[in-house]
Design a binder for this molecule. Structure first.
Ligand code: ADP
Ligand code: ZN
Ligand code: ZN
Length: 742
């Protein structure tokens, strides 16, 4: 028996796994994640390591393999817990232990903590002015410049000031020697949040809020740890409820992780938590440098942080007294990792919570089918908030059938009703949001006579029409000139099928002259803080209309928005994915929830070509339960999650024939493992996007109710792939219940 051990998990050596023998007295006593003592290096220095796996064969000369000396005395290090969690992730999502470890222990090397230096004037103002005269008299211009700046403001940031004043280190040193200034250096942790604590305020909870808080609190005080789903419409006061629960968990020294999708992690949101819990709150986001993330983790380890707010990866914050994990907008696809291990933060949070004695609180206005299903099955506890808490009634929703607009002769992308409502809002100086689930100038290019769609020759996805008569592939960047006639039938009725945000912006400016318009999409938010700046400009009413992709539906409250227009609502319905209806319902409901959050009642116009589809009908009626029932019927009929489990096996490689052969072998192998024929094995098929940048893709789907069996098949496949050379020229990845079609 041999144990694989890593001895260094904070630095860049994560990939180095060493094999040690397990002496008979330790056999059966070692577990993955345990901290052990091993002899290391030439001197056999005794150091600590973590067990990451076991094997029964020596990896090299048996006589050279050293033995594990023992289990570390009090192996309670948080690292050990995270290593064990990584092992769980490896088992449940596939991939290697190293990939799993890199996910839970993301800090590879210590960057130097940023040194912050301050420069301070040591003289009184009077004395300073006198010395300035002297310097000017001697024509020592650089020194004079610096002194003058310090006379304006006697203490400043060294780096900023010397840069601004364009003075060298020598100049500063000269003034230092003359005891005019001093340099003070302090090692600072980069805390991304500015300090400002607000008073808790006096809010009376609604009965529903009260109930949710009480259920959690009573369980918590009895030591019961559970998973709760706070299902509450937008504006029902979920965030206030989370904060009460967090306060409860913090009471006896507990610690809390709050996951919020990156897109909703706005300054406004963070400040609400910060205002309530002050300096013991910290945030993580993907724009932080590795150094900044490292500092955050150091602050955590130093015990300076009790609440960590961040996107998916914040789940692995090394808290030692974790008592609560909150996942806001739990239905968001961003909680699913797109890299191996393709873990889901919701499931992984529940696992971590179970291991460490914490509760999990999920929240959403449009819960994922799987979370709501778990409530129905009794695995999660449902806490409902059916009414809006603060001001604001639910909006009135209109569904406009765009086929009728065409019949009436309205060829615009804006229906007559939406146009009239926009006019009325502009007259009343109220704000409008126009929402489009799409990026770029126009959608795919298709022929209205024969239905032909222009695709990328390398990637097999439709090309998007861009300004300047180009068609562009959003995967590989391939470009070609806009087709004038249909390459298939020769018809002239070929063109951009649907509008993009940029085109809508132009149209709106033309149709409503003098209107101030802001646009928010991937292009306009690429610059640093672009997202925040646009939202802030809109919040301070610098524009009448905000046009944007799905990123405008999250986070911010705009009290003056009384109209939301959803253009081409069904775009997300035709993505060839079993979750398409769920995603459409969520998008429409969330977008509608943006209207009327202030004083006046909001109105929402949903424009669609399929008004009879249940996801659109139920979104218009704001009937989640109705949607849930209809959608579950479909999922059950088709055997899709959450009713059954779906495992995707994705093969990618440069040789199409090899992929086909490999996929066929994997299929046969899976059928052998599933002796009783319990699983349904689909494919192999060319996925939706069959080729990206000349790398081919094939996908095999395995479906069934027996989750353990699927995991077993996955494990056996991984072993099979490892020992068969034929798989070396390709990558095989596993994905349980994938969020998107491949
Ligand atoms: P959600 O997270 O469900 O969208 P929030 O917690 O953000 O809801 O609450 C929406 C708005 O209502 C916020 O401005 C919040 O301060 C306010 N609010 C929440 N609960 C109450 C309450 N009990 N009384 C008054 N206002 C409330
Ligand atoms: Zn055609
Ligand atoms: Zn391409």
């Amino acid at each position: 028996m041999y144990a694989d051990i890593i001895v260094d998990i904070t630095h860049e050596k994560l990939d180095k796994v060493f094999q040690y023998g397990v002496p008979p007295r330790l056999e059966g006593a070692l577990r993955v994640g345990m901290e052990v003592i091993v002899p290391f290096g030439k001197s056999n220095k005794e150091i600590c390591g973590y067990v990451v796996g076991f094997s029964d064969k020596p990896g090299y000369d048996e006589t050279k393999i050293k033995e594990v000396l023992g289990v570390a005395e009090d192996s309670v290090a948080i690292e050990a817990k995270l290593v064990a969690l990584a092992a769980w992730m490896k088992e449940h999502y596939g991939g290697t232990m190293i990939q799993a470890l890199k996910t839970v222990l993301p800090i590879k090397k210590q960057e130097k903590a940023q040194e912050k230096r301050r420069i301070r004037l040591l003289l009184s103002e009077e004395e300073g002015r006198r010395r300035l005269e002297v310097l000017l008299g001697k024509n020592q211009k650089a020194r004079a410049r610096l002194l003058a700046a310090l006379l304006d403001q006697p203490e400043q940031d060294y780096d900023l000031l010397t840069k601004k004043m364009n003075v060298t280190r020598a100049v500063v040193r000269a003034l230092e020697e003359q005891k005019i200034v001093s340099l003070e250096s302090e090692k600072v942790f980069r805390n991304p949040i500015r300090h400002k604590r607000q008073s808790a305020g006096t809010m009376e909870f609604t009965a529903e809020q009260e109930h949710a808080i009480r259920v959690f609190r009573e369980d918590y005080r009895k030591g019961i740890r559970n998973t709760y789903l706070v299902y509450g419409i937008t504006g029902s006061g979920k965030t206030e409820v989370y904060m009460e629960m967090i306060a409860e968990a913090l009471k006896e020294g507990g610690q809390v992780i709050v996951l919020i999708p990156e897109i909703a992690l706005t300054y406004q949101t963070v400040m609400r938590f910060y205002g309530r819990f002050g300096g013991r709150v910290s945030i993580l986001n993907s724009r932080m440098s590795p150094g900044e993330r490292f500092d955050q983790m150091e602050r955590v380890k130093a015990g300076e942080v009790d609440v960590m707010i961040g996107p998916r990866s914040a789940l692995f914050t090394p808290f030692t007294r974790l008592r609560l994990i909150v996942i806001d907008e739990e239905h968001e696809s961003a909680y699913k990792s797109e890299q191996t291990p393709r873990y889901h933060a919701r499931e992984t949070a529940i696992e971590r919570a179970k291991r460490e004695g914490a509760s999990v609180v999920l929240g959403s206005a449009t819960p994922s089918l799987s979370a709501f299903y778990a409530c129905k099955c009794g695995r999660f506890q449902l806490l409902e908030l059916k009414n809006r808490a603060g001001a604001g009634e639910l909006p009135k929703v209109y569904v406009e059938d765009m086929r009728n607009e065409l019949k009436k002769g309205n060829r615009s992308i804006i229906s007559d009703r939406l146009k009239n409502l926009i006019d009325s809002r502009l007259n009343r100086r109220e704000q409008i949001m126009l929402f489009l689930n799409r990026r770029g100038y126009a959608g795919f290019v298709s022929c209205r006579s024969c239905g032909y769609v222009v695709k990328c020759p390398h990637c097999d996805v439709s090309l998007a029409s861009h300004k300047g008569g180009k068609m562009v592939c959003h995967y590989c960047g391939h470009e070609e000139p806009q087709a004038e006639v249909c390459p298939s039938c020769g018809s002239q009725y070929i063109g951009g099928f649907r509008a993009g945000t940029q085109q809508i912006e132009e149209l709106v400016k033309r149709q409503f002259p003098g209107t101030r318009v802001l646009r928010m999409d991937l292009d306009t938010t690429r610059v640093k803080d672009g997202h925040e700046k646009i939202l802030e400009a809109f919040a301070s009413e610098e524009a009448d209309i905000l046009i944007g992709t799905q990123m405008i539906v999250k986070g911010h409250d705009f009290p003056n928005v009384t109209l939301v227009g959803i253009l081409a609502a069904d775009m997300s319905l035709y993505s060839g994915d079993y979750r398409a209806a769920e995603r459409t319902f969520q998008l429409l409901t969330q977008a509608a929830g943006r209207a009327g959050r202030g004083k006046g009642r909001g109105e929402v116009v949903i424009q669609t070509y399929s008004p009879e589809h249940y996801s659109i009908e139920m979104a218009a009626a704001q009937d989640y339960e109705g949607f849930y029932a209809a959608e579950m019927e479909y999922r059950g009929l088709m055997g899709y999650p959450p009713v059954e489990q779906l495992l995707a096996v994705l093969l990618t490689g440069p040789d199409e024939n090899m992929l086909d052969t490999a996929a066929k072998y994997l299929r046969e192998f899976a059928m052998r493992v599933d002796r009783k024929g319990i699983l349904q094995i689909i494919g192999p098929a060319s996925p939706y996007v069959a080729k990206v940048s000349d790398v081919y893709r094939r996908v095999l789907y395995l479906k069934g109710r027996d989750y353990r069996l699927l995991i077993e098949v996955k494990d056996r496949m991984e072993q099979y792939i490892e020992i068969n050379r034929g798989f070396r020229s390709m990558r095989v990845q596993f994905d349980f219940n994938p969020m998107n079609v491949f």
